[in-house]
Design a protein around this ligand. Sequence first.
Ligand code: PLP
Ligand code: COI
Length: 340
Amino acid sequence: MAKNIDWSSLGFGYVQADYRYVSKYKDGKWDEGGLVTDANITLNECACVFQYAQTCFEGLKAYHTVDGRVVCFRPDLNAARMKETCERLEMPPFPEERFVEAVKMLVKANEDMVPPYGTGASLYIRPFMIGTNSVIGVKPAVEFEFRMFCTPVGPYFKGGAKPISIKVSDFDRAAPRGTGHIKAGLNYAMSLHPIVVAHEEGFAENMYLDPETRTKVEETGGANFMFVTKDGTFVTPKSDSILPSITRRSLMVVAEKYLGMKVEHREVLFSEVPDFAECGLCGTAAVISPVGHIYDHGKDIYFPSGMEEMGPWTKKLYETLTGIQMGRIEAPEGWVVEVA
Ligand code: PLP
Ligand code: COI
């Protein structure tokens, strides 16, 4: 039975579910883990997560399909990316098969929180890991907690599928070169001031440029960029300091194999941006959120697709991606995993 929630009016917020998954690492190994009901964590004040931000996270979604199944989209890739993140942060990776099993356990236990098909909402799953023992010299923890909770969510940006306005950030997000593959709290903490400034100025997000030359497009605070050229080529920035978005990697396949588009994954100069026909943000939370306007220090870039609707290619990409995720369109092998 679905909970008594007004699914269609959900924003991107936290609604506490009944169960979460927890496993603890001590003496060099992960315990057997399991579901718990307590949403709170009690830790020593000197825990490594508090002092040196030894923490990382992932994000994925569960959906009701058109034929009533509950599925996740490519959870194996979240498990693999979290392993890479952990390796960079001196944290013990949580075994990848166990990660996917934990997703299944969590979603089954909270099935009443999976929004019904057609509401536009989904169940957002947030796996994360923290260093839990006390550490005062700068060194990694030796005890860790892996936890996964879920919350039903609606659109990440207010206004749903309406194009958003973003700005070229005045700040660097400080994701050091070569660490773009990690999804760690510290990188996000560095984006909190820029996002507050952007919101105060009326923009939905920041476009970060490469910190070294400020000439190349990187990503936003929570999503990768995708562009479409006037002749229908799908272009998406390549950089080793952005997160390798699972949505973006999937869209490259959708664009080429399902829509017959030419696909370019390459450095994108900011100076090219005014020539693109369409622009969007892609990610688990953002899905594909169209961008209609980019403000750059006194100059405006408006895309021909306008501020009212998604551009035609963006719409096709959106319909195909969400069609695959919700079982309306046949998925490539292994992309859609039944979880409840
Ligand atoms: N870039 C950043 C900074 C993100 O936080 C996210 C969200 O996870 C993404 C990109 C999109 O990645 P994915 O499609 O794997 O959700
Ligand atoms: C996601 O899309 O899963 C993200 O992590 C984006 C944001 C909520 C941080």
